[in-house]
Design a protein around this ligand. Structure first.
Ligand code: FRU
Length: 456
C-alpha cells in the first residue's frame, strides 16, 4: 500500500512498511552514518522485531539497506531487541537483546553481539554473559563505550526481582569477556518498574545518564506521557558507578511523542535520535497510517550539548540542506498575522525581540502554541486521535523566549525553543493535505518570522 500525502513523512526516518520503534546501533563507520531501528517488517504490531538499517553521508539524506539483524538463532528467535553500536579495529559491532519465548511459555532475554566488516552483513556471535542474579527477564538494551584507558563498558536496562527499575554495568578488556559491576546508579528502588534504553553521554564538564524509566506517576506538568525519557547529570567513576542523583531527573522532550532515545559521538558532537511516539498500544492502534501499512518515525537528529547542568538539544545545522530555497518568506510580525506555509514540509523560525504579552500560534489548524508571558511558559495543544479531545503539554522556560524553530511535516511537528532549551516533538493527523495556514495572534512588531520550504 502507498503512503498517502496526508500523513507521509518525507525527511524523517520511517519504515518502508511495518512498524518502527527505537533508534539502535548508531555509528559512524566507513565514512557513513549508520542508523538502525527496531522494525517489524511483517505488520504494524509490536512483534517480529528486526533491525532495519539506513545510511547517510550527511545525516539528512538516508539510503535504505537490507535488514541488518533478524531472528534466526535459539537466543534471539522471538525478536532482536534494542541496543547500541561501536566501531573497533575497522569492524562495526552491534549489541542487542535476544528475546526468547521458550516452548513452555517462559520468556528469556540474552545480551548478544554481531560483527560486520562491510557495515552491511553481520555475523552473530551469540550471548555475551549469563543472566544476572536478582533480576527478572526484563534485562535489555545494551549500550557500549570505551574509556580513555581502553576498558570497554556496557550498560543494560533492568528490572530487579522486587519489580523496580535499575541499570547494570559490565566491564570488559576484550569485548568478549564481561564482568558485572553491579548497579550503575545506587538508589532506593523507588523510580519506576523498569528502565529501558540506558545511555551515557560524555562531556568535558560532566557525564550524563539518559534512560527511559517506565511507571513514573504524573506530577504537575511532568511525566504526562505513558513513559518517560530523561537524564541525570553526574560523574562516571573508574569503578563504573555513576554518581548522580535520581531526584534531579529531567525529561528530555516536553512533547507528546518521544521515547527511547539513543546517542553517538562523532567528531566531538553528541547526536541523538528518539522514537517519535509514546508507548501506548491503544493510541497506536488508532494511528491512521496503519491503514497504509506503516507506523512511526524517528525524530530528527539533534545535537546535544551540556550547558550549566542542562542538556540543550539543537537541530543539526546539516538540516539546512533540506531547505529548497534561500528563504521562502521573511516578515515582521504584525498584530494577528497570517501566512501560508510553502508546503507541508516546512521550517518556520520565529525570532522575538519585544515580547511583552501572551501570544497564540496555530499551525495547519491542528497544533496550537500558547505563550503565557507572566509565567514565561509554552503550552502546545493537539487533538488526540484516539479520543478526539484536545490535549496539551506545557513547559516553563528558564530564559526569556527569544526563538522558536519549528520543523513541520504532513503529520509531525518538532518545536525547538531558545536553541534547544526545550523541545516538543509530536505527531498529529489531519486529513486535508492542502491545509497550510499559520496564524499568529500577538502584539505588533514583537519580532520576525522566516519560512523555508523543505525537501519532499
Ligand atoms: C523500548 C523497547 C526496548 C526494547 C524494544 C523492543 O521502546 O521496549 O526496551 O528493546 O523496545 O522493541
Amino acid at each position: 500500500m502507498n503512503k498517502s500525502d496526508a500523513y507521509n513523512l518525507k525527511y524523517h526516518i520511517t519504515p518502508p512498511y511495518g512498524l518502527l520503534n527505537d533508534p539502535n546501533g548508531l555509528a559512524y563507520f566507513n565514512h557513513q552514518y549508520h542508523v538502525f531501528y527496531q522494525w517489524n517488517p511483517k505488520g504494524t504490531e509490536h512483534k517480529n522485531k528486526c533491525w532495519g538499517h539506513v545510511v547517510s553521508s550527511d545525516l539528512v539524506h538516508w539510503q535504505r539497506k537490507s535488514v541488518a539483524l533478524e531472528p534466526s538463532e535459539w537466543y534471539d528467535k522471538d525478536g532482536i531487541y534494542s541496543g547500541g553500536g561501536i566501531v573497533h579495529n575497522e569492524k562495526l559491532y552491534l549489541f542487542y537483546t535476544g528475546n526468547v519465548i521458550r516452548d513452555d511459555g517462559v520468556k528469556e532475554s540474552y545480551q548478544c553481539a554481531a560483527i560486520s566488516e562491510d557495515g552491511e552483513y553481520f555475523q552473530k556471535i551469540g550471548p555475551l554473559f549469563e543472566h544476572p542474579k536478582g533480576y527478572t527477564r526484563h534485562v535489555r538494551d545494551p549500550k557500549v563505550w570505551r574509556d580513555q584507558h581502553g576498558n570497554w563498558w556496557l550498560i543494560v536496562g533492568a528490572q530487579r526481582e522486587d519489580l523496580t527499575g535499575d541499570t547494570l554495568i559490565y566491564k570488559s578488556k576484550n569485548l568478549s569477556e564481561w564482568e558485572c559491576q553491579g548497579s550503575f546508579v545506587d538508589h532506593d528502588h523507588q523510580f519506576g518498574y523498569m528502565w529501558e534504553c540506558p545511555d551515557v553521554l560524555h562531556f568535558a564538564e560532566n557525564d550524563v545518564f539518559v534512560f527511559s524509566p517506565q511507571g513514573l506517576p504524573e506530577r504537575g506538568e511532568y511525566y504526562k506521557n505513558p513513559n518517560q525519557s530523561g537524564y541525570i547529570v553526574g560523574k562516571l567513576s573508574n569503578t563504573g558507578k555513576f554518581n548522580g542523583n535520581l531526584s534531579d531527573f529531567k525529561e528530555l522532550d516536553r512533547g507528546f511523542d518521544f521515547y527511547a532515545p539513543q546517542s553517538f559521538k562523532v567528531n566531538d558532537r553528541t547526536i541523538m535520535f528518539g522514537w517519535m511516539s509514546a508507548m501506548n498500544e491503544e493510541a497506536e492502534r488508532a494511528v491512521p497510517t496503519i491503514q497504509e501499512g506503516w507506523i512511526h518515525a524517528l525524530t530528527l537528529p539533534r545535537e546535544v550539548v551540556l550547558m550549566n547542568g542542562v542538556l540543550y538539544q539543537k537541530p543539526l545545522p546539516e538540516l539546512q540542506l533540506l531547505r529548497l530555497d534561500d528563504m521562502h518568506y521573511k516578515g515582521e510580525i504584525q498584530n494577528n498575522s497570517e501566512w501560508l506555509l510553502p508546503s507541508t514540509q516546512a521550517e518556520l523560525i520565529v525570532h522575538f525581540s519585544l515580547l511583552t504579552e501572551n501570544f497564540k500560534m496555530i499551525i495547519r489548524d491542528a497544533v496550537q502554541i500558547d505563550y503565557d508571558w507572566e509565567q514565561n511558559s509554552l503550552t502546545v495543544w493537539r487533538t488526540n486521535w484516539l479520543t478526539g479531545e484536545r490535549e496539551y503539554r506545557k513547559a516553563t522556560l528558564n530564559n526569556k523566549l527569544a526563538e522558536m524553530q519549528i520543523f513541520i511535516e504532513s503529520s509531525s511537528l518538532e518545536l525547538f525553543v531558545n536553541e534547544g532549551e526545550e523541545v516538543f516533538s509530536l505527531r498529529y493527523f489531519i486529513e486535508d493535505a492542502d491545509q497550510r495556514n499559520v496564524l499568529l495572534e500577538a502584539g505588533d512588531n514583537v519580532g520576525e518570522v522566516r519560512m523555508y520550504q523543505l525537501q519532499e
